[in-house]
Design a protein around this ligand. Structure first.
Ligand code: FE2
Ligand code: FE2
Length: 301
């Protein structure tokens, strides 16, 4: 396994430094991190009943194109039931409130990635859906962003090389935070935070490993899709839905993501919700990327 090293410190919201910069995450360190929090007495609370999550979700699903994505009432009830069964430790939920107050785009994104991915998984991994729903709960994949300064998260001009490195820190930071909060050094939820920016062809980060786990891949695709179709600080105008799907098609063509996940995404965007096996991917690409897109533009320090 490629070594994982913290490029910046990992801190909780109340300022406790869990790991200093430059820590190699060996099995021993991870075990110690999971045990360190043993005496904490916080509760696990219902995800849906925390803060404004329930009301906010009902608002978000009406934004186009989500109004089509979630147009099947039966499917929507199904996701709601799953979400209602999720409980999370208080500090994990508090990170959601932190994003809601300080970086609303990350808050909305965190909720939507779970909702999108659960529908994709319903199609792609029906036999594992229960496990999937337990491990993919939205709020956690980007939790490491609590360790990235808000000025970087919300910057609307190109990031410098160092700022970009700091932003990427959220994958490893999320891994460490979740091991600590969930008190489990082998937590799949933590691994998901670590690996959600890895790609099938090894072109991702933090380790550049080839992504082989279907659950992580579904989250990775839901993550890219939501990032494209919603406005972001680095791109005030979002991609239209067609262009976003075409861009993810290009990613499938070059082996970055799998065809099956792309097909499930396209199926969900059709009113009649066909099985993903039946989707024929159009070869023609007519979409146009929005102007003012700074994604991937890095400035010298
Ligand atoms: Fe992320
Ligand atoms: Fe994300």
């Amino acid at each position: 396994m490629t070594n994982i090293v913290t490029e910046y410190p990992v801190k909780t919201l109340d300022g406790i430094e869990l790991l200093p910069e430059g820590t190699e995450l060996t099995e021993e360190i991870l075990k110690e991190l999971a045990n360190r929090n043993d005496s904490a007495s916080y509760d696990s609370l219902s995800f849906m009943d925390y803060g404004n999550i329930r009301q906010d979700l009902f608002i978000f699903i009406n934004y186009p194109p989500y109004h089509i994505f979630f147009s099947d009432l039966e499917e929507f009830q199904y996701i709601l039931k799953i979400m209602e069964s999720v409980k999370l430790p208080l500090p994990v939920l508090e990170s959601m409130e932190y994003f809601r107050q300080n970086d609303f785009q990350t808050y909305r994104h965190s909720l939507m990635v779970f909702m999108i991915s659960i529908l994709l998984a319903k199609n792609l991994l029906p036999e594992n859906i229960e496990f999937f729903s337990k491990v993919t709960i939205s709020s956690t994949h980007d939790i490491g962003k609590i360790c990235v300064p808000l000025e970087i998260l919300k910057k609307s001009t190109p990031l410098t090389k160092n700022e970009h490195k700091h932003l990427k820190h959220h994958a490893v930071a999320g891994y460490a935070l979740l091991i600590y909060f969930l008190r489990d050094h082998k937590s799949f939820i933590a691994k998901l935070a670590l690996n959600h920016h890895e790609r099938r062809d090894g072109s991702g980060y933090p380790r550049g490993i080839e992504l082989t786990n279907k659950i992580v891949e579904i989250i990775a695709v839901a993550d890219v899709y939501d990032a494209l179709i919603m406005p972001r600080s680095y791109r005030p105008i979002s991609y239209d839905n067609r262009t976003a799907l075409e861009l993810i098609t290009t990613m499938a063509e070059s082996g970055v993501v799998g065809w099956d996940v792309l097909k499930a995404l396209i199926a969900q965007n059709r009113m009649e919700k066909p099985n993903y096996h039946k989707i024929v991917i159009p070869e023609e690409k007519r979409g146009k990327a929005p102007s003012g897109n700074l994604y991937g533009k890095i400035e010298a320090d």
